[in-house]
Design a binder for this molecule. Structure first.
Ligand SMILES: NC(=O)c1ccc[n+]([C@@H]2O[C@H](COP(=O)([O-])OP(=O)(O)OC[C@H]3O[C@@H](n4cnc5c(N)ncnc54)[C@H](O)[C@@H]3O)[C@@H](O)[C@H]2O)c1
Length: 352
């Protein structure tokens, strides 16, 4: 049973094991469970049998739950049930649900214990580990939140069996990114037919992808340095999500964004790792992109918190597992955009 330790002021363990949800428990007598309303009833039943919550709060599926309104409703239910300061909140769902549940735990009574049971691949390899919690505002994503690390995380690969295949492949982008920036052994394993829940070796690959994130956030919880490398591929990805009004999912956008970052790395530093990101896109089969305009995308990239007047700061790669930060001038962003677009546009058909 792979167990990953996450360090910091309040260390915790991430357990990765098929069936672990049935064996999980928490040392609190009073517990509230927050669940994604779209989950199969069987997963909610398993969590209720494990944690014996006094209330289960259903929230809308996906990012529809990450609003101040839904947060307010959840906090009112916690207050009406008189959940005490030594009670606990448990989140069961994808990254959206665990972001909301973690923030509800961080803010209710100025903070109660939080536990996480991610149910998507993205939730397991990324969102549930590292303590970032929060909700969106109409003005933008994740604009309100807190660092509130969980006390424990249980990743039960059995829960992934009900995920739509496209959602599974979207989540794989973050796992592949962990391979590119830190553990290249992950790359062929993620692209192999064995990267499926229930296949031998799946649990270990999942655990190794989580280990990359656990290591980074242990060393740099609040993104003063190394944590920024987790943004590989995300500068273009966030812009793609914004210009398409989230018509492109986060995971698909990260797949596209990693390929752009690899092409930029080749242009700026000479190392050509774009074969890896091209192979990932062929495997991921993201939704095809609409016609895109560089200037519009660049407006969003320039708004990125890593931008200043000399250019947008990108995470690039000197080599596999050798990320670095570099400001890239607009002229380079534009010329590489043309190359990237010629490869990924549906007209060219990169076999998606
Ligand atoms: N906190 C962080 O560090 C961090 C990191 C990355 C992403 N995020 C956040 O994570 C969110 C995206 O998370 P996500 O990709 O996990 O998607 P999600 O939470 O939006 O869920 C996607 C869909 O999958 C469904 N679903 C979830 N688990 C299922 C299961 N086991 N079986 C069947 N259906 C299931 C949900 O109902 C939903 O419709 C975004 O809000 C993003 O901002 C947070």
């Amino acid at each position: 049973m792979p167990q990953i330790e996450v360090g910091g002021a309040q260390p915790y363990t991430v357990t990765v094991e098929a069936g672990v949800l049935g064996r999980a428990s928490v040392p609190h007598s009073r517990v509230a469970l927050i669940v994604d309303a779209g989950l199969p009833a069987e997963w909610v039943k398993r969590a209720e049998q494990a944690f014996h919550p006094e209330l289960t709060i259903e929230v809308p599926s996906g990012d529809a739950c990450k609003t101040l309104e839904v947060l307010g409703g959840v906090l009112s239910k916690l207050a009406l049930s008189n959940l005490p300061r030594d009670g606990a909140v448990i989140g069961l769902g994808g990254g959206a649900t665990t972001d909301l549940a973690g923030f509800a735990a961080a803010s209710y009574l100025r903070g109660v214990a939080y536990y996480s049971v991610p149910t998507t691949l993205l939730g397991m390899v990324d969102a549930a580990v590292g303590g970032k919690t929060g909700v969106n505002l109409p003005e933008g994503k994740n604009l309100v939140g807190a660092f509130w690390p969980p006390r424990a995380v249980w990743c039960d690969p059995e829960l992934l069996s009900s995920l739509p295949p496209a959602v599974f492949r979207e989540g794989a982008a973050e796992a592949y990114k962990h391979g590119l920036i830190s553990d290249p052994s992950l790359l062929p394993r993620i692209l192999s037919p064995g990267f499926q829940p229930g296949q031998p070796g799946f649990e270990q690959t999942l655990a190794d992808a989580i280990t990359v994130k656990a290591g980074v956030v242990t060393r740099d919880l609040t993104e003063q340095g190394e944590r920024a490398f987790l943004n590989f591929g995300h500068t273009l990805a966030h812009a793609l999500e914004a210009v398409t009004h989230h018509g492109v999912s986060h995971g698909d956008a990260v797949g596209y964004g990693m390929h752009y970052a690899a092409l930029l790395s080749r242009e700026v530093g000479g190392a050509d790792l774009s074969g890896h990101t091209r192979r990932f896109l062929e495997w991921q089969q993201p939704k095809s992109l609409p016609q895109l305009n560089f200037d519009e995308l660049n407006t969003y990239m320039a708004r990125d918190k890593k931008a200043d007047s000399t250019g947008v700061r990108f995470v690039l790669l000197h080599d596999l597992a050798r990320p670095y930060l570099e400001r890239v001038p607009e002229a380079v962003l534009r010329s590489v955009f043309e190359v990237w677009q010629s490869e990924v546009s549906p007209a060219q058909n990169l076999s998606f």
